[in-house]
Write a protein that binds this ligand. Structure first.
Ligand SMILES: Cc1cc2nc3c(=O)[nH]c(=O)nc-3n(C[C@H](O)[C@H](O)[C@H](O)COP(=O)(O)OP(=O)(O)OC[C@H]3O[C@@H](n4cnc5c(N)ncnc54)[C@H](O)[C@@H]3O)c2cc1C
Length: 455
C-alpha cells in the first residue's frame, strides 16, 4: 500500500490546484484521474468554449469590418479549422499542466478511484492511503426528467464543443451562463438561435439590470428567447427536434442543447459508505472545505459553492494550506468574480441590488453608461458599469455589461474585496482611453464628482 500526506481524487481545477499547492508546501501527494488532467475546465468547459467564442468574435468583426472602414468579406465558418484552433489551445495548456504536475513531484495515478476506507482510495486494485483525502470529482451536465440526451440531436455542452458543423438552427434549453455562451457562439457562426428559460431573465443570478441589458443586446443580435416559461416535451425526427413549452408554444430546430445546470459526480464512489454528509449528491463541507469525516475534504463542483474553475482553484489551495497548518482565511464567496463570456460580456462581483437590500443595507446605486467612455465608442460596444454601495459606506457590488468587461473584474474584485469606498477609488487615476476608465468614472460619480457623465 502506498502512503501519502494527501491523496486527491479527481484531477480537475480543484484537484490539481490542491495537488500543486500541497507539493509546494512539502507534502507528499497522489493525484488520481480517470480521464485527462485538467478536467472539465480545460477539456470540456472554460477553455474550449472561450476559444469558440473568440472564433465567433472574429466572425462578427469580419462581418462588421466596413463599420471601421476595413474592406473584408465574411464567407463562412470552417468548423474543422475552428476545432483545430480550439484543440490546439487545449493541447498546449494540457501539456503545460502535465509538465507542471511532474515538476512538482506529484505522483500521478491514472484510473478510476473509489473511496474504500476513511483514508483509502482504491484504483485498479491498488490502495492509496492518505493522512488526508481530498475529493474533487467534479460535475456532469444534467438533463430534465423525460428528456433523453442522444448526443446527436439532443445534446449537452459535452457534444456542443465538438460539433463538426454549424447547425442551421438551435434551441438552447436554459438561459444561464453556459446556455447564453453557446447561444452567442452559434449566432456568431450563423445559426438561428432560440433560448428557452423558465426563470424571468437570462443569466438570472446576475443583477436584474445586467440581465435586461443582455436581453436587449441579444434581441438586437437576432437571438430569440422565451422567458418565464417551462419546457414541456421534446421529440426528434429526421427534420430535427420539436420542443413544446408549457404555454403551448412549439419550436423546431436542427439541434437542442440542454444547458439546465450541472450536478455533482458523487454516485457509487464510496462516499455514502464512508458516512459523508451529502445533500442532493453534493458533499457538505465547512468553511475550510472539511467534510463531516475527519481527514476527508471536498472541493470544486462537488460541493455546493459557485461552479467556477477559479473557485475550484481557490478551494484546492485553501485545503492544501489548511492541511499544511497555515490556517488560511476562509473564502468569501461574495467576492468571487463572475463572467458570462457572451457578446456582450456580463461581469460582476459582490452583491446585486436585491441581495444588498435583503441583507439590510441602506443601498445607493450608480449606473455609468459606456456611451460616455471613449474606448467603448472606439470598439462600438454598448453597456454599463453599475455600482451598488452602502450609503456612506463601501462598494457592495459591481455589475458590468459590454465587450471585454470581464477584464475589468481584476480591478472590480479588488474594490469589493478590500471594502473600498467610492472616494477611495475616485482618487485612483485610470489610463485614457481604456474601458477601465468606466470603473473610475462610476466611482467618481458615486463620490459626487462625475467627470464624463451627464445628469
Ligand atoms: C461548457 C462549460 C463552460 C465553462 N466555462 C467556465 C468559465 O469560463 N470559467 C469558469 O470559471 N468555469 C467555467 N466552467 C466551470 C468549470 O469548468 C468547473 O467549475 C470546474 O471544471 C470544476 O472543477 P472541479 O475540479 O471541481 O471538477 P472537474 O473539472 O469536473 O474535474 C473533476 C475530475 O475528476 C475526475 N474524476 C471524477 N470521478 C473520478 C474517479 N472516480 N476517479 C478518477 N477521476 C475521477 C474527472 O475525470 C475530472 O477530470 C465551465 C463549465 C462548462 C461545462
Amino acid at each position: 500500500m502506498s502512503q501519502f500526506d494527501v491523496v486527491i481524487l479527481g484531477g480537475g481545477s480543484g484537484g490539481y490546484a490542491c495537488a500543486l499547492r500541497s507539493a509546494q508546501l512539502g507534502l507528499s501527494v497522489a493525484l488520481i484521474e480517470e480521464d485527462k488532467l485538467g478536467g472539465t475546465c480545460l477539456h470540456r468547459g472554460c477553455i474550449p468554449t472561450k476559444a469558440l467564442l473568440h472564433a465567433g468574435e472574429v466572425a462578427d468583426n469580419t462581418r462588421h469590418a466596413s463599420d471601421f472602414g476595413v474592406n473584408a468579406e465574411f464567407i463562412s465558418i470552417d468548423m474543422l479549422a475552428v476545432n483545430a484552433y480550439k484543440d490546439g489551445v487545449v493541447s498546449k495548456l494540457h501539456k503545460g499542466l502535465q509538465g507542471l504536475v511532474k515538476s512538482r513531484n506529484v505522483t500521478y495515478i491514472e484510473g478510476h478511484g473509489k473511496l474504500v476506507g476513511k483514508n483509502i482510495v482504491e484504483v485498479n486494485g491498488l490502495q492509496y492511503t492518505g493522512k488526508n483525502v481530498v475529493l474533487a470529482t467534479g460535475s456532469y451536465p444534467k438533463t430534465l426528467p423525460g428528456l433523453t440526451i442522444d448526443g446527436k440531436q439532443i445534446i449537452t455542452s459535452e457534444q456542443a464543443i465538438k460539433m463538426e458543423h454549424v447547425p442551421a438552427s438551435v434551441i438552447v434549453l436554459g438561459g444561464g451562463v453556459i446556455g447564453c455562451e453557446f447561444a452567442s457562439v452559434w449566432k456568431s457562426f450563423g445559426s438561428e438561435v432560440t433560448i428557452i428559460e423558465g426563470l424571468p431573465h437570462l443569466v438570472a443570478l446576475e443583477d436584474e439590470s445586467s440581465s435586461k441589458q443582455l436581453e436587449r443586446a441579444y434581441r438586437k443580435r437576432g437571438i430569440n428567447f422565451e422567458l418565464g416559461v417551462r419546457f414541456a416535451s421534446a421529440t426528434t425526427s429526421q427534420n430535427g427536434v420539436t420542443v413544446t413549452l408549457e404555454d403551448g408554444k412549439v419550436f423546431t430546430a436542427e439541434v437542442l442543447l440542454v444547458a439546465v445546470g450541472r450536478g455533482p459526480v458523487s454516485a457509487n464512489l464510496g462516499y455514502e459508505e464512508q458516512g459523508l454528509t451529502m445533500d442532493r449528491g453534493y458533499l457538505i463541507v465547512d468553511n475550510k472545505c472539511r467534510t463531516n469525516v475527519p481527514g476527508i475534504w471536498a472541493v470544486g463542483d462537488l460541493i455546493p459553492t459557485l461552479q467556477l474553475a477559479h473557485v475550484g482553484f481557490a478551494e484546492g489551495i485553501l485545503v492544501a494550506e489548511e492541511i499544511a497548518g497555515l490556517n488560511p482565511r476562509a473564502i468569501n464567496y461574495d467576492g468571487v468574480p463572475r463572467v458570462t463570456y457572451s457578446e456582450p460580456e456580463v461581469a460582476s462581483v459582490g452583491l446585486t441590488t436585491a441581495q444588498a437590500k435583503e441583507r439590510g443595507h441602506d443601498v445607493v446605486e450608480l449606473n455609468y453608461d459606456l456611451a460616455g467612455n471613449g474606448k467603448a465608442q472606439i470598439l462600438k460596444t454598448a453597456g454599463s458599469v453599475k455600482l451598488v454601495a452602502a450609503k456612506n459606506g463601501p462598494v457592495l457590488g459591481i455589475h458590468m455589461v459590454g465587450a471585454r468587461v470581464g477584464e475589468l473584474l481584476a480591478e472590480a474584485q479588488l474594490i469589493f474585496n478590500w471594502e473600498a469606498e467610492a472616494s477611495d477609488v475616485a482618487a485612483l487615476i485610470h489610463a485614457h482611453p481604456t474601458l477601465s476608465e468606466a470603473v473610475g468614472e462610476a466611482h467618481l460619480a458615486l463620490a459626487g464628482k462625475p467627470l464624463h457623465a451627464h445628469g
